[in-house]
Design a protein around this ligand. Sequence first.
Ligand SMILES: Cc1cc2nc3c(=O)[nH]c(=O)nc-3n(C[C@H](O)[C@H](O)[C@H](O)COP(=O)(O)OP(=O)(O)OC[C@H]3O[C@@H](n4cnc5c(N)ncnc54)[C@H](O)[C@@H]3O)c2cc1C
Length: 382
Amino acid sequence: MRRSLFEDTHEDFRESFRRFLAGEVVPHYDGWERAGLVPREVFSEAGRHGFLAMAVPERHGGAGVNDFRFNLIIGEETQRAAVGGFGLGITLHNDICLPYFLSLADEQQAARWLPGIASGELITAVAMTEPGIGSDLAGMSTRAQRDGDDYVVNGSKTFITNGINSDLVITAVKTDPSARHRGISLLVIERGMAGFERGRNLEKIGQHAQDTAELSFTDVRVPRGNRLGAEGAGFGHLVSNLGQERLSIAASAVAAAEAALDWTLAYVRERQAFGQPIGSFQHSRFTLAELRTEVDIARVFIDRCVQALATEELTPEDAAKAKWWSTDLQGRVCDACVQLHGGYGYMSEYPIARAWADARVTRIYGGTNEIMKEIIGRSLGL
Ligand SMILES: Cc1cc2nc3c(=O)[nH]c(=O)nc-3n(C[C@H](O)[C@H](O)[C@H](O)COP(=O)(O)OP(=O)(O)OC[C@H]3O[C@@H](n4cnc5c(N)ncnc54)[C@H](O)[C@@H]3O)c2cc1C
């Protein structure tokens, strides 16, 4: 079914991002997977080509184009090119962290940070999860105590995407430990602040090129001027940004499922068993027909959510539906596609094997799929 979401300018952008991936990312990707990290220079290179933080206003060095369809193309093309571990870092920067700066930074903060965010010299991360809490965010314990014009931060975060590479970490802290949701504030903790340490680059079962790290804060003095938004308003800010975060994850999940199907269709046409292509067995045909149908239907819903986001009509429930449905589908598609590849599907040199391992986490991060169903269930009055 022809997609009606994009205009010529988006397709030009897609072409140019594809060229960027083919030239600057794909040839080096295996090395990054082994290193567990994308080199920082790749972010600067992406920035130089106009693929970072496109919504940053021109006066702060950006393109001034606030159109999520460009972000969507980046997520889709990284999946298609089988470089999802690179895609996660860049989509986190563009889709998830940037909106906090755009909506909450005052003029002075915007002038300090936005140019570097657009150029890729300042890589961003958002740190909510702690060793003791994930889903129950209001229970976090990282503490920020006022001391004159500073906050003094103590605590730790874990599973932080871009955790090693990041320069600016939007950190959720408790400024009032006696309150739950209303005790949370957001501080930007910067590379080099005394007492801010990075722990291990965590070893994961997938997304190997993506750095995911523990962060620790010991008496880190963070100036009040690094607070994003009002004190105590952090939880509300997190919630209002989650719709776009979840849509970003959902869109990449559908793109990953589409890519997995494409690779598998090519494989089952070639591979022979019992004197015929394995794709010609009825079981293979039916499996692929069912998955193709589900992916096409998911794509329509995601595209509709992208339109709703543009008109500020995307509800938290619809974003939650998009996230859980698409990531569940991604998992099922990748698993079936590994099966259709036989033993080759289990070999890391095949994109489908990596896509399968990369897919597992999408049902966990960005709010687990169980939490998504809680959100939807509550909206049903249950
Ligand atoms: C690779 C990776 C990257 C990540 N990146 C980031 C990042 O950049 N920043 C960040 O802050 N976090 C990040 N996370 C953390 C991620 O968001 C959390 O892991 C996730 O929110 C779940 O929290 P948890 O791991 O503490 O699990 P828990 O909250 O302990 O949940 C464990 C299980 O219990 C279930 N559960 C919990 N509460 C309920 C409930 N009310 N009803 C039903 N079931 C429930 C969950 O669904 C899950 O199945 C990342 C995680 C990974 C693995």
